[in-house]
Design a protein around this ligand. Structure first.
Ligand code: TAP
Length: 502
């Protein structure tokens, strides 16, 4: 249990006597409450091909470090073309000879087992994810790991009901699927990609990001324990070039990519002219829109949750705040008050709200955007906070005085940085929210149901949250418009992207 220590600052009243003044950022300091579960790390992890861990043919390995301490966590195999080939051969064999022939009911049992095993090892996975990615343990413990298990449970439920995916039509698997995922939700993205693919009868070759390979290889241990037939899921670690090999491989009937729009475009160019099916989940620049009739305190929590928890490293992060002019000053003041109470620091501490940025490069990229914002004339504000001496940390940051032409309002920063813009009318809010090449998500905060419906209809975003933000459910499809990509993940629509209609 954390101990609360009051740190009241003394100031002087006009008549000379000291009076307590509440300084929010310093008011309560909790004792550290580090998570103690053992992440069960091995010094070295190999490739998971055909149901076994095998050394890479290149003989090479790379390190993954803990971004909060800058210490090495473990080393991971660096796969080359021969390894990717071996993984695809194993996947094709498994799909043709075993997995594709199994009934949906039998496949569902494996998915169910994987979900249960993940739940059994939830604490261990949460700690491993936090150490590899830098996000706070309360995020990995309460969201990433349970939601990953939920995706396997959900798709276990679908596996014997596939005739309802496309009523009136028969569905069949595509074959082998190549998948590449980013570093911001390493385990959850694995679940998003693998669960629907294998529920439908496909087999998979998948690569996690170089920054965060740990929970992918740990998930392979769960596949072993679940007795998943060899070759159904093959986990390949390595750099972007390995991802390119996976995406372009001729055996892949479908490729599914989650990552930046720039890399998505490179991949699309590389497979142009082939008959591969594609799902692209790319970048975002979501607008969180607060009207003057919104429950403002609730909206403050939504904004904070949308951009500052997870260090803003969320594709659907509400990185633009559009606030109605009559309440703008009051709302920004409330937001600043709330930001002063956020704890930035050791992500393994259960009290931490804002953890570490995933890598030194990503931190440098965010800091570069701060400099751009200031140079373009926006006003930067950060709450006072002490950052740890080691590790890649940065305080939550607001920019006011932002216009739509500012780069901080147009480009994906992927960090805890909020650009605040004001608006006067509903139409202006819609126009400003849609004035972006992206279209992944948006949030609307208002008391009026009719306004919510109008905004939801007119915002060009794959998801529109109303009076809440960043809420997910495996049954709810997720995906983008415009440069945020195409295809959906989750729900019945997500399964449709992994089947052919026959
Ligand atoms: P990227 O740099 O695009 O990397 C994503 C993955 O692609 C990584 O595994 C990366 O490997 C690999 N990769 C890099 N170059 C490649 C190439 N030429 N061919 C094939 N694969 C390649 O993105 P990131 O920095 O990891 O993640 C942040 C981005 O992901 C943000 O833009 C965010 O919005 C987006 N994102 C979108 C969503 C959805 S659902 N729309 C969800 C999460 C994240 P290395 O790690 O080895 O470079």
């Amino acid at each position: 249990m954390a101990t609360l220590v009051s740190k009241r600052k003394k100031t002087t009243r006009r008549h000379g006597r000291p009076a307590p003044q509440l300084i929010f950022g310093d008011l309560w300091e909790y004792d550290p409450a580090p998570e103690t579960a053992d992440p069960k790390l091995k010094p070295r992890y190999d490739l998971f091909i055909n149901g076994r861990f095998v050394t890479p043919k290149s003989g090479k390995y790379f390190d993954s470090i803990n971004p909060a301490t800058e210490q090495k966590l473990a080393e991971f195999a660096l796969a080359g073309a021969a390894d990717v080939d071996a993984a695809y051969r194993a996947a094709r064999r498994a799909q043709r000879n075993v997995w594709g022939k199994l009934s949906g009911r039998e496949r569902g049992k494996y998915l169910f087992r994987i979900a249960r095993l993940l739940q059994d090892r939830a604490r261990e996975f949460a700690v491993a994810e936090t150490m590899d990615n830098g996000k706070p343990i309360k995020e990995t413990r309460d969201f990433d790991v349970p939601m990953a298990a939920a995706h396997f449970f959900y798709h276990a439920g679908w596996a014997d009901k596939l005739e309802y995916v496309a009523p009136g039509r028969k569905v069949a698997p595509l074959g082998v699927v190549g998948q590449v995922i980013p570093w911001n939700f390493p385990l959850l993205m694995l679940a998003w990609k693998i669960a629907p693919a294998i529920a439908m009868g496909n087999c998979v070759v998948i690569k996690p990001a170089t920054n965060t390979p740990l929970t992918a290889v740990k998930l392979a241990e769960i596949f072993e324990d679940a007795g998943l037939p060899p070759g159904v899921v093959n986990i390949i670690t390595g750099p972007g070039s390995t991802g390119g090999l996976i995406m372009a491989h001729p055996t892949a009937a479908k490729i599914a990519f989650t990552g930046s729009t720039d890399v998505g475009k490179i991949i699309m160019r590389s497979v142009a002219g082939t008959d591969k099916k594609m799902t692209m989940e790319l970048g975002g620049k979501a607008a969180n829109i607060v009207f003057d009739d919104a429950p403002l305190d609730q909206a403050v929590e939504g904004i904070v949750n949308g951009i500052f928890f997870n260090q803003g490293q969320v594709c659907c992060a509400g990185s633009r705040l559009l606030v109605h002019e009559p309440v703008a000053a009051r709302f920004v003041a409330k937001l600043k008050t709330r930001l002063r109470t956020l704890r930035v620091g050791n992500p393994l501490d259960k009290n931490t709200d804002v953890g570490a940025i995933v890598s030194r490069d990503q931190l440098a990229s965010i800091q570069h955007y701060l400099a751009i914002g200031v140079k373009e004339g926006a006003e930067l504000w950060q709450p006072p906070c002490r950052l740890p001496a080691k590790g890649f940390f940065m305080p939550p940051t607001l920019f006011t005085g932002v216009t739509q032409s500012h780069r901080i309002a147009r480009e994906e920063i992927f960090g805890p940085v909020l650009a605040i813009i004001t608006f006067r009318t509903v139409d202006e809010a819609i126009e400003k929210a849609n004035n972006t090449p992206y279209g992944l998500s948006a949030g609307v905060w208002t008391d009026k149901g009719s306004r919510i419906l109008k905004m939801a209809a007119e915002l060009k975003a794959g998801v529109v949250w109303a009076n809440t933000f960043n809420k997910f459910d495996p049954a709810s499809p997720f995906g983008g418009y415009k440069e945020s990509g195409f295809g959906r993940e989750g729900g019945r629509q997500g399964l449709l992207d992994y089947c052919q209609l026959v």
